[in-house]
Design a binder for this molecule. Structure first.
Ligand code: C5P
Length: 235
């Protein structure tokens, strides 16, 4: 994915769901305004690589959001397969550790053709408010920055992080580190299961490179109108 360009390039629409037909309808509806679509674990598990082919045939780019988290060799082989599918961006969990990230990075480099995908690491899910129940003693923000630093040190191109941590990551990891931000809601919108949320413009002003927005667009009566409102907000 090319970086820091116009508002259209900064928006990624998350196509959650289990139907290729519905995903295709959404791509057809939005492709005039949207160039990046996210394919997450539900859609990919239900539909397989055909969904990636469909988005690429519509001349749009794919963020494959499968958040791989396993032993290093397994993750490396999976990211090599994902790279060969021609996605523009894919992610693994930073909490899988340094060696997992290093092997994944090497696998992408080996499997890629002329334009390698960006490989980013998920830090702490935007649905989580505290980490005590999983045995992590740090505050969420502290843990996010620790994982972002580790991801940068292991050669990741960037991270997924919530709107609330963008500035800290930007300060710590520098200008060239990609920050891809879900947990985006317009003022007054319901958060669904997201907890660490922010408005589109707030996230862009804080330094996000990409905003990932799903249900506020895909479940709206008029998805194109919501896309246009977001593009106006960040434009
Ligand atoms: O519908 P909503 O806007 O909440 O969708 C956000 C999308 O971003 C979902 O597909 C979700 O899996 C994804 N995502 C996330 N948190 C991350 C990384 C990806 O919510 N850390």
């Amino acid at each position: 994915m090319s970086r820091k360009t116009g508002a259209r390039q900064k928006l990624v629409v998350a196509l959650d769901g289990d139907s290729l037909v519905r995903a295709q309808e959404m791509v057809e509806l939005l492709r005039g305004d949207v160039v990046n679509f996210e394919v997450g674990i539900e859609l990919f598990t239900a539909c397989g690589p055909g969904v990636i082919e469909m988005i690429r045939e519509a001349e749009c780019q794919v963020f494959l959001d499968l958040k791989y988290h396993d032993i290093p060799s397994t993750v490396a082989k999976a990211v090599a397969c994902a790279t060969r599918l021609g996605v523009a961006l894919l992610n693994i969990h930073a909490s899988g550790g340094a060696r997992m990230m290093e092997e994944a990075r090497n696998a992408v480099a080996q499997a890629a053709g002329t334009t390698p995908p960006k490989l980013i690491a998920a830090t702490v899910l935007t649905s989580m408010e505290s980490l005590g129940d999983i045995g992590v003693q740090f505050e969420v923000r502290e843990q996010v920055v620790r994982l972002a630093q580790l991801a940068r040190d292991m050669g990741m191109d960037g991270v997924n992080a919530s709107p609330l941590e963008i500035q800290m990551i930007r300060q710590t990891c520098g200008e060239h580190f990609l920050i891809v931000t879900p947990g985006i809601r317009m003022a007054g919108e319901r958060p669904d299961d997201q907890r660490r949320i922010g408005h589109p413009r707030q996230a862009i002003e804080a330094g996000a490179d990409y905003l990932v927005v799903g249900r506020p667009i895909t479940e709206a009566p008029d998805p194109r109108a919501v896309v246009k409102a977001i593009l106006r907000d960040i434009g």
